[in-house]
Write a protein that binds this ligand. Structure first.
Ligand code: SF4
Ligand code: SF4
Length: 64
């Protein structure tokens, strides 16, 4: 279970990065990416994915 950032939609605002409890969000090719190996969809940390709650762009963070 993991989420992914759609590169063509991400504005590289960086708002999601510090909120990730597993530090799975990293700068990548001018925008950001989510490491699928470590993303837990915030299970056990929050009721909902924190990156998704922070991102202002529609359909930018989607199921991997
Ligand atoms: S869903 Fe949670 S664990 Fe996964 S990248 Fe977003 S903030 Fe990090
Ligand atoms: S909050 Fe959304 S637009 Fe901003 S860096 Fe994260 S994924 Fe990209």
């Amino acid at each position: 279970m993991a989420l992914a950032i759609v590169r063509s939609i991400c504005t590289a605002c960086g708002d999601c990065e510090p909120l990730c409890p597993t530090k799975s969000i990293k700068p990548f090719k001018g925008v950001y990416k989510i490491e699928a190996e470590t993303c837990t969809e915030c299970e056990g940390e929050s009721d909902s994915p924190q990156c998704l709650a922070a991102c202002m762009e529609d359909d930018c963070i989607v199921p991997a």
